[in-house]
Write a new protein. Structure first.
Length: 284
């Protein structure tokens, strides 16, 4: 299985006393959100440490639901509140001492369990770890699905870029001839030195030569393929940077090259780079 991970993932596990749900979406950084019952609040920091140790990027939501059938977690009647409420009501309505049903539906009528059972505390840690492992597996599976398409696009990019080299020689010849003709036309009404025209044409040609962009594009494409095959963790930011640089070289190429056949290849390269850019947005 590839080590490339998607930023989207989902996992749900459970025991007799708790249910664990972990899911994530694309995000530039790690945005970790926990939805815990109040009794588990003391574990918030530890659970964040468990999750943050294995998840580097993504908008992540982790929720724990506790079973309503565990006697250790049963809510207790808030006796002090109920007695105060009854006394107040009787003071105002002495002839009608029975409390209305509506007042008995208050959330303050019950108290949550005050202490977390030690065995449940360890169970929650183990359950979180189990859910995390399944979640990471789902991310790797999603990353594995993306890898063939990404590699195919990057390898096509490398093939097209390497195919530029034999074409560049003719591009330079045509460009130099065109620049010399334009310079001769501009200087036709005044005496001009042929050697000076050659020098100026050569200088302009060097500025418009696409070789530098082609070499850099080949380097970025090679690094992109290497990163896909042996990704660091996290890999998404590096992949995104490489694709941006690759797209920048292709944009400059499209401005420099006028040969129709080569321009078609450059257009194809820009489309491939955009496809890769969209896909790596989902890589952790």
């Amino acid at each position: 299985m590839s080590e490339l991970r998607s930023m989207t993932g989902f996992a749900q596990t459970g025991t007799a006393r708790a249910t664990y749900t972990l899911k994530s979406y694309n995000h530039k950084f790690l945005d970790l959100n926990l939805a815990l019952p109040p009794i588990l609040a003391p574990l918030d920091r530890d659970l964040r440490g468990i999750l943050g140790g294995k998840i580097q990027r993504g908008k992540v939501l982790f929720a724990i639901g506790l079973s309503a059938e565990d006697p250790a977690l049963f809510p207790r009647l808030n006796r002090a509140y109920l007695q105060h409420l009854r006394a107040e009501w009787k003071a105002v309505f002495p002839d009608d001492p029975d409390l209305p049903r509506g007042l008995l539906e208050s959330d303050r009528l019950f108290l949550s369990a005050e202490t977390l059972p030690l065995d449940l505390e360890q169970e929650v840690r183990d359950g979180t770890q189990a859910c995390l492992e399944r979640f990471l597996l789902s991310r790797r599976e999603e990353g594995e699905k993306l890898l063939p398409s990404l590699l195919a696009a990057v390898r096509e990019i490398r093939g097209l870029v390497s195919g530029f080299e034999p074409k560049l020689a003719q591009v330079r010849v045509d460009l130099l001839a065109k620049l010399k003709a334009q310079l001769c036309g501009l200087l036709s009404e005044s005496p001009s030195d042929p050697s000076r025209i050659e020098q100026e044409a050569a200088l302009l040609c060097s500025r418009m030569d696409p070789e530098e962009e082609t070499v850099r594009a080949a380097q970025f494409a090679q690094r992109l393929e290497e990163t896909l095959l042996q990704p660091p963790r996290p890999a998404g930011k590096l992949l995104d940077f490489l694709v941006q640089e690759l797209s920048r070289e292709f944009q400059t190429l499209s401005q420099k090259v006028r040969d129709f056949a080569v321009r078609e290849d450059v257009l194809r390269l820009k489309m491939l780079a955009e496809r890769v850019r969209e896909q790596v947005q989902n890589i952790e």
